[in-house]
Design a protein around this ligand. Structure first.
Ligand code: BGC
Length: 755
């Protein structure tokens, strides 16, 4: 029976072709260009104007990053997209509603979550985040962020997981599965090779096909395979000369044809320059969408640079996203998420995932110890980074309050003094900073040596917190950021000397979002706890580790180098501006620039181990309050057939309950093109093992885990020879290993697309 032309509605997936056929060209271009971004604090005129018709459409979720256009006559609702990786970023206050605030949970940053090496935990966090989004009427979370931490100065590293693609890919997949189990979508970002902030909208990343395949695309490939995200966000940068959002090789041949991605691709906000080319490249949705784009698309339809079929295919991809969304399914959101349930998960997740870097019998400290608490961030914790990865949370639990709560005794004079000092300095900070500015740090007070000597006599332990913040829009500096500031060095030295003179221990807590230099000052500390930016319950999480209520089981997801010049990418970071380029009067655009990834595949531990460069703390490193021993690993599958199964038994040989992270590295036979000394290829985490308790962990490798990417043949190749399967305490220390032989060369996939 012919359908009534006036009665065509989007009802389900099957209805999409009919709906597309019923749409006008103007409706189609409105759907592929989003709407609704309002950034507070940006100078007027900086953003291109939206469609004037949009001005009258009321905001549904104020502060969300954007939404799509509704087409009511066809039953197409608006879907809401909101940041981001550490929790929902929306406005906490609404003019239309003075009855309540709209806070969201500040979850731990991605780097801390990756340090858990615990995919089940990350899925649980994702579930909590997804439920919050659902209850606030949000359809897609703009996260997780999953670019590789190529260089410690990357301004958004806190939003990303690791320097390693395998850990990154599995963490992102775990997060995606958690969020999407609630019926809310995700957007894995920023695809791809967007590893820094410098001139990010006009940056050309020059990188080899091998490094792309083995590192920069690999994590995304794993996340697509194991997480099936609803959307992928293309990045701002170009790869080898072409904007990612305008590159059909990346978005069609690799993402869709090779990896079988079935979802929708959206641009990063204002990414790319040619809307028709973006649709031709299968970047379906242009965000946040502005008037000039929709006009350009109508023009492109006229002049033939965009075909009607291509526009229809992009429209269909967006409708496919719409039909999955909570709003389409008429979910009745409450605006009342269960924030206290999330807080409990956040507290435990952060504590478990912190990394104990050093411990000369200083930790744990049983309450009621007398603690002298130093450092501005002991009293004003940094829960997460800035920019779109920030969250408007109801509160942050500071360490001083949490220590008191935990039954410790603090020096009240010190607490009052810090309180006064921080209030005074905070009042001098800019009132409403823009989205892209990180507030300057509050310097540490010059220590009064006499007062500190007095404290060292009657307090039991000194705890000193060092804090760092960063975020979107700029990278970090070496001076006063990667390196400690002079005021921080003086504080550490004076306090440590006074406490050590009285045979008292000194504990340093690192409340940081990215890697810093530690080798020059670590001798001042008896213990170093890497708390990262632990989310809104951070003080309590740190206190839980200090007390030993939680035995930390985090391991580094990024190497801590001895010095910046040791970093494999340090020489060319962050690249250079090209001569004669301009930002066309828009400071947000930055100037045309280029960065060359000359370290190629030797990023992070792949570089340090292969070039024999010592690190301060290697990738995979982390201590526990207990110890573990390992059996030899056994290959339990038949020789030469995938999957390769490896079993290893872990025993808690210490005297406290604890969890161990089992890291399986592969050391491959040498080839003339070169291979890293070893690469992480599988990992697992034990449950809580009581003293003497054992667990046999099963790890699985595919043939692809033995393969390298051969540019000459554009193929994944498994070279014949003997592979060492190594159980590592970290990337530099093998505990035990076994061998695996490959008889003849295997080519797993060939003639793959080149970028
Ligand atoms: C960021 C994205 C973010 C988007 C929307 C961009 O500036 O790069 O990560 O999702 O803004 O806020």
């Amino acid at each position: 029976m012919a359908q009534d032309k006036n009665n065509i509605r989007l009802t389900d997936k099957q209805s999409i072709p009919r709906v597309v056929a019923a749409m006008t060209a103007a409706e189609k271009v409105s759907l592929v260009t989003g709407m609704g971004l309002k950034i507070e604090g940006l100078p007027p005129g900086l953003l291109p104007p939206g469609d004037p018709k949009d001005d009258d459409i009321p905001e549904k979720v104020p502060g969300a990053a954007g939404r799509t256009h509704a087409i009511p006559r066809l039953g197409i609702p608006t879907i809401i997209l909101s940041d981001g990786p550490a929790g929902i970023r929306i406005n906490p206050y609404r003019n239309s509603d003075s009855t309540k605030p709209y806070f969201a949970t500040g979850f731990p940053v991605a780097t801390l979550l990756a340090s858990s090496w615990d995919t089940a935990l990350v899925t649980q966090i994702g579930k909590a985040m997804g439920k919050e989004a659902l209850e606030y009427g949000i359809d897609v979370i703009l996260g997780p962020g999953m670019n590789l931490q190529r260089n410690p100065l990357g301004g958004r590293n806190f939003e990303y997981y690791s320097e390693d693609p395998l850990l990154t890919g599995h963490m992102a997949a775990a997060m995606v599965r958690g969020v999407q189990s609630t019926g809310v979508g995700t957007s894995i970002k920023h695809f791809a090779a967007n590893n820094q902030e410098f001139n990010r909208m006009q940056l050309n990343t020059i990188v080899s096909q091998r490094a792309l395949r083995e590192l920069y695309l690999r994590g995304f490939q794993l996340a697509v395979k194991h997480g099936q995200p609803w959307t992928v966000m293309s990045s701002y940068n170009k790869i080898n000369g072409v904007y990612t959002s305008e590159n059909p090789v990346l978005l069609k041949r690799i993402l869709r044809d090779e990896w079988k991605f079935k979802g929708t691709v959206i641009t990063d906000w204002f990414g790319g320059t040619n809307p028709a080319q973006q649709l031709n490249a299968w970047n379906n949705l242009l965000m946040p969408g502005f008037y000039a784009q929709s006009q350009a698309l109508l023009g492109a339809l006229q002049d033939g640079s965009l075909s009607a079929q291509t526009l229809d295919a992009n429209v269909a991809a967006i409708l496919q996203l719409v039909v999955q969304s909570p709003v389409f399914k008429k979910y009745k959101y409450s605006d009342k998420p269960d924030l206290s349930a999330s807080a409990a998960i956040v507290r435990r997740a952060a504590a478990e995932s912190m990394v104990l870097l050093k411990n000369d019998s200083a930790l744990p400290i049983t309450a009621p110890g007398k603690i002298a608490l130093f450092g501005v961030t002991s009293y004003k914790l940094i829960a997460g980074g800035t920019g779109s990865g920030d969250v408007n949370k109801a509160y942050v639990t500071d360490l001083d309050k949490a220590m008191l709560q935990g039954g410790y005794v603090l020096d009240a004079g010190l607490q009052t003094e810090y309180g006064r000092y921080i209030t005074e300095k905070t009042a001098q900070l800019p009132k409403s900073p823009s989205l892209f500015s990180t507030p300057p740090p509050i310097p540490e007070q010059q220590p009064d040596s006499e007062a500190i000597s007095r404290l060292a006599k009657y307090m039991d332990v000194a705890i000193i917190t060092i804090g760092r913040n960063a975020g979107e829009g700029s990278d970090r500096n070496i001076e006063n950021d990667f390196l400690l500031r002079e005021d921080e060095r003086t504080m550490l030295k004076v306090i440590s000397e006074a406490f050590h003179a009285n045979n008292k221990k000194v504990v340093v807590v690192l409340n940081i979002g990215g890697v810093i230099e530690t080798a020059s000052w670590r001798q001042y500390a008896d213990a170093i706890l890497l708390a990262w930016q632990p989310g809104q319950e951070g003080g309590s999480s740190i206190a839980d580790v200090i007390s030993g209520n939680i035995n930390p089981s985090g391991r580094l997801a990024a190497s801590f180098p001895m010095q910046y010049t040791d970093v494999p990418s340090s020489a060319g970071f962050p690249g250079k501006e090209l001569p004669g380029g301009s930002n066309n009067g828009n400071p947000m655009m930055g100037k045309p620039s280029e960065v060359q990834y000359t370290e190629d595949i030797y990023v992070g531990y792949r570089g340090y181990t292969t070039n024999n460069i010592a690190t301060a703390f290697p990738f995979g490193y982390g201590l526990s309050y207990t110890n573990f021993t390992y059996s030899r690993p056994r290959v339990t599958s038949a020789p030469g057939v995938a999957p390769i199964r490896v079993a290893v038994t872990v025993t808690n040989s210490g005297n406290r309950p604890g969890r161990e992270v089992v890291q399986l590295y592969v050391s491959a036979p040498a080839i003339k093109q070169g291979r890293p000394v070893r690469e992480l290829k599988a990992f697992a985490k034990t449950g809580i093992l009581p003293p003497g308790g054992k667990e046999t962990v099963q790890l699985t490798l595919g043939m692809s885990d033995l393969a390298w990417f051969d540019e000459a043949r554009m193929a994944w190749v498994v070279t014949p020879g003997t592979y060492k399967l190594e159980i590592g305490a970290n990337a530099e220390m093998v505990i035990t290993s076994t061998e695996y032989k490959i008889g003849k060369e295997m080519m797993l996939e060939k003639n793959l697309a080149a970028l």
